[in-house]
Design a protein around this ligand. Sequence first.
Ligand SMILES: [Zn+2]
Ligand SMILES: [Zn+2]
Length: 136
Amino acid sequence: MKQADIMKTLEDNGIQASYQRMKIFEYLVKNRTHPTVEDIYRYLSSRIPTLSKTTIYNTLKVFVDKKIISQVTVEEKEVRYDFSEGAHLHFKCKKCGELYDIFHKCSLLDEKEIDGHSVDEHHLYLKGLCKNCRKN
Ligand SMILES: [Zn+2]
Ligand SMILES: [Zn+2]
């Protein structure tokens, strides 16, 4: 995604594209590793010294509210952020802690209504031993 597209995505969603917001969004687009606020801060604070953790936190909240990113909470105390096109599942490795995107077909992800309830969010995750850890 180019700078112009980053700005457009934010503006199309009614978000004022400040420099800091653009950098935070760009980080999420480039790092599909489901970073935490801490991860984003560690990387960006050396490049933008005026950036605070609170700004990152508040910016992410705006992005989540506008649904351009989603929040992944596999562990209660660990909130991660996800920019990813398309509905998907998450697989968390119990050994290395890595969180993988799984774009496996799952009919639940397409459901807009289940047993008369209307669904507007899907948070599905699996846990186990990842392919890298299985090799060792
Ligand atoms: Zn693993
Ligand atoms: Zn994901």
